[in-house]
Design a protein around this ligand. Structure first.
Ligand code: C2E
Ligand code: MG
Ligand code: MG
Ligand code: MG
Length: 283
């Protein structure tokens, strides 16, 4: 009977499917090895206060240092790390690195900056997450107000009163909370005030053509105005041009992140930049 349907009955032997699942399996094996061997680097990108041009913080961004493939960007492996649960170990490693590095820079006498760490939903929802944050802060010696956790709107898809309770606890500890990639998720706007986050990061997809696309201009304008009303700071991601910067400044956006100031840098290069304690000018 199967033969009557022709050769394509055996879908699991479809060469393209096979290649894809083999590729994925290989990636997973490689990623598991890398997590065990800690073959990653944390890069840092400056966060700049728009009114002064001063660096007030940095976002930690992980890179996979593969022995043969070279540097792999997070877009290529974070989704797999999330699917496989490896994000728990990897995310914890990044958190430790970022806190230790920031504490070290402060001990060196560099101007105190706030380090932002991306926290995936799985990580945030794992039991004992608040304790993990407290332990990491204590072990690193980093003051809690110099750590910011970046969570996405998808966190709000979970039990809202549980999330609110966690955010309250984190606020009591003194860490900052940002909503990352704002505008790309599904959260209700009412959560914004209820969760009392510190910063709203406007996703770079709205910023990219903000000076040429009327719809994006309207969205960004509205998001900045809404943040002001809610007394939440606004940060624009992915700012690359002077025109974008001008647009955001005219509308009272508080903070900027983007290649216009700097790409993410390895720790030693970032250190050199902040040691000069300069005001960053767009370039
Ligand atoms: P994100 O948290 O929204 O980080 C900002 C991304 O925008 C970074 O990409 C950064 O390099 C990029 N970017 C910054 N300025 C500009 C600009 O002016 N133009 C353009 N085109 N891009 C800019 P990256 O480093 O590739 O990271 C991508 C995403 O991977 C991050 O987006 C974040 O969602 C995730 N990610 C990175 N590190 C971690 C981590 O340690 N843990 C978790 N859970 N996710 C991470
Ligand atoms: Mg982020
Ligand atoms: Mg972002
Ligand atoms: Mg983003």
């Amino acid at each position: 009977k199967a033969k009557e349907k022709g050769g394509n009955t055996f879908e699991m032997y479809h060469p393209e499917m096979n290649m894809r699942s083999l590729y994925r399996l290989n990636m997973e094996i490689e990623l598991r090895k890398a997590v065990e061997r800690e073959q990653f680097m944390v890069y840092y990108q400056p966060l700049v206060e728009l009114s002064t041009g001063k660096i007030f913080g940095m976002e930690s961004l992980v890179r996979w240092k593969h022995p043969e493939w070279g540097m792999v960007s997070p877009g290529e492996f974070i989704p797999l790390a999330e699917e496989t649960g490896l994000i728990l170990q990897l995310g914890n490693w990044v958190l430790q690195q970022a806190c230790n590095q920031n504490a070290k820079w402060i001990a060196m006498g560099l101007p105190p900056l706030c380090v932002s760490v991306n926290i995936s939903v799985k990580q945030f929802m794992q039991s004992g997450f608040v304790q993990l944050i407290e332990d990491t802060l204590r072990l690193s010696g980093l003051p809690s107000n110099l750590l910011c956790l970046e969570i996405t709107e998808s966190v709000a898809m979970n039990n809202v009163s549980y999330i609110q309770d966690m955010l309250d606890k984190l606020r009591q500890i003194g860490v900052q909370i940002s909503i990352d990639d704002f505008g790309t998720g599904y959260s209700s706007l009412s959560y914004l005030k209820r969760f009392r986050v510190h910063t709203l990061k406007i996703d770079q997809s709205f910023i990219r053509d903000v000076t040429t696309d009327e719809d994006n201009a309207a969205i960004v304008t509205a998001l900045i105005a809404m943040s002001q009303q809610l007394k939440i700071k606004s940060l624009a991601e992915g700012v690359e041009t002077l025109e974008q910067l001008q647009f955001l400044r005219d509308r009272g956006c508080n903070e900027i992140q983007g290649y216009i100031f700097s790409t993410p840098l390895p720790a030693d290069q970032f250190e050199t930049m902040i040691a000069e304690n300069k005001v960053l000018y767009p370039h």
